[in-house]
Design a protein around this ligand. Structure first.
Ligand SMILES: C[S@@+](CC[C@H](N)C(=O)[O-])C[C@H]1O[C@@H](n2cnc3c(N)ncnc32)[C@H](O)[C@@H]1O
Length: 441
């Protein structure tokens, strides 16, 4: 078999004579399809993953320089509930050449850049799974985002659970009685269904995990199943059906994102760390990271369902993440507002007719929604490791929509002290052209 040749770094001349970087070289000359209008104006206080703050909002207008009729490129996208957004971390300053990084969730521990979602990576490309609120002409409206205002977006792809989430991989059609549109109860036992092949197949040599669900847990009868249960089946079998918004949520909840929501009772099995020695030492992983991995299988309460595909139809394993992704050494914080901050927030209005001089939100629909967004951002502890460790008593500021938030952090909590109108509010209606950088990225 022929090995892959190292492609030349020279651009290749096209028949028309102009010199363009060839796709074969992997040197893609990117052109943003649009620049994001986001409720987050700066990196500070922007959630580290989209799942942290479901109320965060953004709008992306496809540029006319990409497609004469941008709306044509979005045709059909409205049938999807979620989209992948590929973008450039344009505020990184420079491309990173560090092979190891220190993700804030690891509180100072190092790990290889490619085992993280760090913005500091060789090609500065970000990937966010966002909820698609609506498609309007040549624009899409998103929620649950972690990108700042002005972010250059390279691509949009529909999120398809069947392809994108190992937990949603298809089961054989025979499992479902399509005619009656009812689920056939499987004859599989709990332990059959859930003591999956992940460990045996992929982690051979590891201690065999014990099933952790009690004997009391029984397979649900069809009539007892929740909407979450039925989503799995519907998505497997009737793909052209438009899922209800409730089902959309479920799809993401069982997806791959790391969550700040520590209340999720994730069913997990701690695997003998010794067995990871080879790969972890070879990768140079930080000593503090050694230890358990988690088989991603969802919560015992909601996801240990007999038909939930803990492994694929052909017995392939489900997905795995290291334990730190779900059980980070960084605690979730309690968030409080001082009476003063509550009053400040009440004075920011949700748009429409406002009293003279009253600032109004561009992205949030109400002060209550803004409050929930602020709580979500702070409970995930948005501080850098440096700040967390060395500047504990410093005030922390960030801007979300038109709210400029001042807070401080104590032991296990964050307290919002003031919420003032930001002097330079992020404008949802701002002409896109004004966001575009002069020429290159
Ligand atoms: C940890 S990254 C994850 C982004 C994406 N979900 C991913 O996994 O690739 C998210 C952080 O990147 C930073 N960020 C967002 N947009 C950015 C941009 N345009 N340039 C540089 N940094 C950005 C913010 O500080 C945000 O908290």
């Amino acid at each position: 078999m022929r090995g892959l040749e190292e492609p030349g770094s020279q651009p290749i001349a096209t028949p028309c004579g102009c010199v363009k970087p060839a796709l074969e070289t992997g040197n893609l000359l990117t052109e943003p399809i649009g620049f994001l209008e986001s409720c987050f104006s700066a990196k500070n206080g922007t959630p580290r993953q989209p799942s942290i703050c479901s109320h965060s909002r953004a709008c992306l207008r496809i540029r006319k320089s990409i497609f004469n009729n941008p709306e044509h490129s979005l045709m059909g996208l409205e049938q999807f509930s979620h989209v992948w957004i590929l973008f450039v971390f344009h505020k990184n300053g420079h491309l990173s050449c560090k092979a190891k990084v220190q993700p804030p969730r690891l509180n100072g521990a190092k790990t290889g850049v490619f085992s993280t979602r760090s913005p500091h990576r060789p090609n500065a490309i970000g990937l966010t799974l966002a909820k698609l609120e609506k498609v309007e002409g040549g624009a899409i409206y998103l929620s649950g985002i972690d990108m700042i205002h002005g972010t250059p977006v390279l691509d949009i792809k529909p999120y398809i659970a069947d392809y994108d989430s190992p937990q949603n991989l298809m089961e054989p059609l025979e499992d479902v009685n399509l005619q009656n549109n009812q689920h056939k109860p499987k004859t599989v036992s709990w332990s059959d269904g859930e003591t999956d092949g992940c460990d045996q197949r992929q982690l051979s040599g590891l201690k065999e995990p014990q099933p952790h669900h009690s004997a009391k847990e029984k397979p649900k009868r069809p009539e007892d199943r929740t909407s979450q249960d039925s989503y799995v089946k519907h998505s497997d079998t009737a793909k052209i059906q438009q899922p209800s918004p409730k089902h959309w949520e479920v799809a993401v909840d069982s997806g791959l994102e790391s969550r700040s929501d520590q209340s999720l009772s994730v069913a997990e099995e701690q695997i003998n760390p010794d067995c990871l020695e080879k790969s972890s030492s070879e990768e140079g992983i930080d000593e503090r990271l050694r230890g358990a991995m988690v088989l991603q299988r969802g919560s015992t309460e909601t996801q240990l369902m007999p038909h939930h595909p803990a492994r694929t139809a052909d017995g392939a394993p489900c997905s795995m993440v290291p334990a730190w992704v779900r059980k980070a050494p960084v605690a979730t914080l309690e968030v409080r507002f001082t009476p003063h901050a509550e009053m400040d927030l009440g004075q920011l209005s949700s748009g429409g007719e406002t009293d003279v001089g009253q600032a109004s939100f561009k992205y949030f629909q109400s002060a209550e929604e803004a409050k929930r967004a602020i709580e979500a951002v702070l409970s995930a502890d948005p501080r850098s490791v440096y700040r967390r460790k060395l500047c504990q008593d410093r005030l922390f500021y960030f801007t979300v929509d038109i709210a400029h938030v001042t807070c401080w952090f104590g032991d296990g909590f964050a307290e919002v002290l003031r919420v003032k109108p930001a002097s330079e509010a992020v404008q949802m209606t701002e002409p896109v052209e004004s966001l575009e950088p002069p020429s290159c990225l």
